[in-house]
Write a protein that binds this ligand. Sequence first.
Ligand code: SF4
Length: 396
Amino acid sequence: MYPEDSRERWFRGQGHWSGVPAEQWGDWRWQMRNRITRLEELEERMELTPEEREGCLFARSKLSLAITPYFFNLMNLEDPGCPIRRQIVPRSEEMQVSPEELLDPVGEESSMGVDGLVHRYPDRCLFLVTNVCAAYCRYCTRSRLVSNAQGYDFHPNFENALKYIEEHTEIRDVLLSGGDPLLLSDKKLDFLLGRLRAIKHVEFIRIGSRIPVFMPQRVTPELQDIFRKHGPVWMSIHVNHPRECTEELYEATEKLTMAGVPLGNQSVLLKGVNDDVDTMTSLVHRLLMMRVRPYYLYQCDLITGSRHLRADVSKGIEIIKALRGHSTGYAVPQFVIDAPGGGGKIPINPEYVTEMNENEIVMRNFEGKEFRYPLQDGNLLAPVGEGLPQQEEVLV
Ligand code: SF4
């Protein structure tokens, strides 16, 4: 069990910034202004390993370094293997590009309807509204464009993208992402959601954001008003480790929920961060306590310089297997691989169906016990071996 996994011990406080007035600490603009973005600033606050130091120098031309004061507090400064630190502090391994790695690992560029709008699935599109994030995850799928460190020069044109959505009446579902849409000003977000709401065929609006995790102070009463005005707006947040579930994040998710925003979570399976059953179990339980439904567990995309963070696919399967049946189905995310080259998200499941023929389907439950279900008329649900199953054995 992860040592900090306790219902009583959720981090709260200003930590290394305890001298800052609470009003400033609670202001998201202060958090943005005081981000750590340079090697010198990081070294003033912590001792870096030689690999981290080299990684920070390389970050300028790969994916910028940025850490909010709030998120910095979650790192263990004594431990280079700290799961928070591994996600956010650059390392020299990012400079090593393996043969299987790609700049655009899930093939978004080939599905762009107009610049910044990915239209891969028939009824939905991905609208990239900014290149900026509050902090930069070292495994980011869009590191080619977020932070503009690689010279991609991404400048979204809202009008072009909105026109495309207006003209494509088959689009009923729009996902705002980036970069992080919650870094848009209230005025811009209000405008964008208002325009999307006015398009008759757009039924479903979603936002992908890690802001509640990096900077929960952004969830203000004004932001709540925007979501109430244009709702329902669904949101996927991005929590990878139970230590990220702080009291501040709890309050932010509560405020979002009270503003009518249904919340899901997308985690990325990362080596040394969350690639073990105990950590993920602790995470999904905490998420449910915060009203957040674990939605996806992603196999890390084949982004350049990510080999040191990519966990084995077998770890993901092992985690899902351990969760299924041992926790409520609400706690079990769908493990997926976003297929390289643009194949979309493909579910990766432990094998529960062992056989299927014209008469029956043969299945194993979470304990490995085998059951049969008839495929022809009839109501027989006959277990193999151990007598008739009780209802609670099959419906968890
Ligand atoms: S918050 Fe999302 S878009 Fe931004 S760096 Fe992290 S993974 Fe990439």
